[in-house]
Design a binder for this molecule. Structure first.
Ligand SMILES: NC(=O)c1ccc[n+]([C@@H]2O[C@H](COP(=O)([O-])OP(=O)(O)OC[C@H]3O[C@@H](n4cnc5c(N)ncnc54)[C@H](O)[C@@H]3O)[C@@H](O)[C@H]2O)c1
Length: 271
């Protein structure tokens, strides 16, 4: 259902790989709410072609950008400014762990892989914000959102170096949020999302069992990608114009739950 919350707003959406991607759902919801946007992903991901359907459906231009490359980021922001002047919102929905992909345990991490993981999953957010800041690419009061996970605060053994990536990502959210707020009242927030069945999510070991555990621990159940998209729309809208530098949980209550009855019942007195 559209309330026209983003009518007239222009944006950039990173990270729609296929229909399961959180960014895909965000793009669909932003389009429904009246926004126009550029879609972007790494050149190698664009070759898979799924994003073309989304671009056709939302009338979006696709601009390639490997988020680890300064020149790609510059070219993307320049193109968005050619199209829109300044943008109102940006979604950073990018993450990848090389050590997890190569099945390296946390205690046997390869440091070249770790550098690359941090660059893709966290430093890229700084690169994006700094490029926009220097080019004055975001309209006053605009909103930038990245996606994170509670492993930044608590240990989840199979999440590997992505835990450090998310901790850094959340720190960049606060630090750049300060500077961009002072400069131009631009908001910068992270959404800490429930485990969600996507390409990136399912790369984490034991993901099915973990999804089930999180669901049983959350009073509202796991938050799906569509609910994350709704939350993004609210953060891109003017209704949240004074919310910035926050890590905001979209997790059905998981982060505030010590233990739940469904989980307790799995360990209770069996007599
Ligand atoms: N799925 C989950 O359980 C979950 C939970 C919390 C947070 N998140 C976060 O949500 C975000 C989106 O992930 P998703 O679950 O939708 O999975 P996804 O695999 O659909 O999206 C990840 C995206 O990152 C892109 N990417 C990887 N390397 C890149 C590079 N060098 N340059 C540009 N783009 C690159 C991929 O092409 C892909 O589109 C990630 O930050 C992820 O960590 C996911």
């Amino acid at each position: 259902m559209s309330n026209g919350l983003l009518q007239g707003k222009k944006g950039i959406i990173f990270g729609a790989l296929d229909q399961n991607s959180i960014a895909w759902k965000v793009a669909e919801s932003c389009f429904e709410q009246g926004a126009e946007f550029v879609l972007t992903n790494a050149p190698i991901a664009l070759r898979m072609g799924g994003i073309n359907d989304l671009a056709a459906k939302t009338g979006s231009e696709i601009v390639p950008c490997d988020v680890t490359k300064d020149e790609d980021m510059e070219a993307l922001i320049d193109r968005a400014m050619e199209l829109y002047g300044q943008v109102d919102f940006i979604l950073h929905s990018v993450g990848m762990s090389l050590n997890i992909r190569k099945n390296k345990p946390y205690t046997g991490s390869n440091y070249d892989f770790m550098h690359k993981t941090l660059d893709i999953s966290a430093i890229s957010f700084h690169r994006l914000l700094q490029t926009c800041y220097n080019k004055d690419a975001i309209r006053e009061g605009g909103s930038v959102v990245c996606l994170t996970y509670i492993a930044a605060q608590r240990v989840f053994p199979d999440y590997g170096e992505m835990a450090e990536s998310k901790a850094l990502l959340e720190s960049i959210t606060r630090s750049f949020g300060y500077h961009y707020g002072v400069k131009n009242k631009v908001r910068v927030n992270s959404i800490s999302q429930s485990p969600t069945m996507t390409t990136a999510g399912s790369g984490v070991g034991g993901f099915d069992a973990f999804l089930d555990f999180a669901n049983k621990m959350s009073p509202l159940g796991n938050a799906n990608a569509e609910s994350c998209a709704d939350y993004c729309v609210s953060l891109f809208s003017d209704l949240t114009r004074m919310v910035t530098m926050q890590n905001l949980y979209n997790d059905g209550g998981y982060s505030s739950t010590g233990v739940s009855e469904p989980v307790m019942s799995m360990f209770g007195d069996k007599d």
